[in-house]
Design a protein around this ligand. Structure first.
Ligand code: SAM
Ligand code: SF4
Length: 336
């Protein structure tokens, strides 16, 4: 008989948490304008970063509590020198529902070197960020001339057998909103799944503007002008609404975190690279698991801290509330 899930994973609003996002580093090889400043990034101090043993211990406790999905992110998670070892250790954890499903979100630059090893180590699938197919634009948007390398990384992930390959793009007005159809067609042609994301107020420069944001409805209008879309009914707690593209084997998703929040079904909790647990991307409170770990806490005490963090989780992110305050950490230091 399987052990019951820990009651502490269910919050005050009845949301059962199943998905742990672990940031492996806040460092990155790109400088996407909606995420990081061009320079002067306030990096986390090295001695505050969790060791691999510390990450695996927290993940083990979370999985034993009932977390059954782990996504590795960052910053750029593939910049962590021992990322293959992290994957292989996390893939072997076991909870009441068996082994957790492991995935990773990446800018793909290190995938040509690592995709096969990661897949062999237990990485099932990847989400890859690609906001444009145009070289000059990629350079402006990420402040690095790396489109060719990113595309090579996508090809390497595909060749390694990871499945599905999801491509994420943040839609931005006057920047890449004229490529919504092109990016989707690229995915249709290659058998990848396209996901568009509404831009959220998580940039390091705090320049996000609600009026400027491309909405999910606008993205859909462009897609519908090109294809017939048939919405899937199996969304569950997933952030994306997904449509099958009629006449193709592909689907396209829209993550409308701002205009159509999905907080009511959120099952995610985040661990930063410096060991702070966050119940929400937009949380203003963090639980210091690193302090507990390094202070000699038992597994039970750490599980209690996870439960206490989730007890504080608010019903929604309140981006539309005039009193909304952007979190102090940029996306790259939270873990998207
Ligand atoms: N470096 C990896 C990557 O780019 O995929 C993983 C970390 S990145 C922070 C994770 C995801 O967050 C990416 O898909 C990125 O596009 C998205 N992201 C970053 N800043 C964002 C913002 N302000 N609004 C919406 N999505 C954002
Ligand atoms: Fe780096 Fe990802 Fe942020 Fe771009 S979105 S700067 S690739 S962490």
């Amino acid at each position: 008989m399987t052990a019951p899930r820990h009651p502490g994973l269910t919050d005050r609003f009845g949301r059962e948490h199943r998905d742990l996002r672990i940031s492996l580093t806040d460092r990155c090889s790109l400088r996407c304008t909606y995420c990081m400043p061009a320079d002067g990034v306030p990096w986390l101090q090295r001695d505050t970063m969790l060791s691999t043993d510390e990450i695996v211990r927290i993940a083990r406790i979370a999985v034993e509590m009932g977390i059954d999905e782990i996504r590795l992110t960052g910053g750029e998670p593939l910049l962590r020198a021992d990322v293959v070892d992290v994957v292989s250790r996390l893939a072997r954890l076991e909870g009441p529902a068996g082994r957790p499903e492991l995935s990773l979100t990446t800018n793909a630059l290190r995938l040509p070197a690592l995709a096969d090893q990661l897949h062999d180590a237990g990485l099932v699938r990847v989400n890859i960020s690609l906001d444009t197919l145009r070289r000059e634009r990629f350079h402006e948007l990420t402040r690095r001339d790396k489109l060719t390398e990113t595309l090579a990384g996508i090809t390497a992930a595909d060749a390694s057998g990871m499945e599905p390959i999801k491509i994420n793009a943040v839609a931005m007005r006057g920047v890449n909103d004229d490529e919504i159809v092109d990016l989707t067609r690229f995915c249709v042609d290659h058998g990848y799944q396209m996901r568009f994301i509404e831009q959220m107020p998580l940039d390091a420069g705090h320049t996000w503007d609600r009026q400027q944001m491309v909405t999910g409805e606008e993205i859909l209008a462009q897609l519908r002008a090109e294809w017939t879309l048939v919405e899937r009914s199996d969304r569950g707690a997933a952030p994306a609404r997904v449509w099958d593209i009629a006449g193709t084997a592909a689907s396209v998703g829209v993550i409308a975190s701002v205009t159509a929040p999905f907080c009511g079904t959120c099952d995610r909790v985040r661990l930063t690279a410096d060991g702070q647990l966050r119940a929400c991307l937009f949380a203003r409170e963090e639980s210091d698991l690193r302090g507990l770990l390094r202070g000699g806490a038992t597994d039970e005490e750490l599980a209690d801290a996870v439960a206490a963090c989730l007890r504080l989780k608010r019903p929604g992110h309140d981006i539309d509330d005039p009193a909304f305050l952007q979190p102090d950490r940029p996306m790259s230091a939270i873990g998207g």
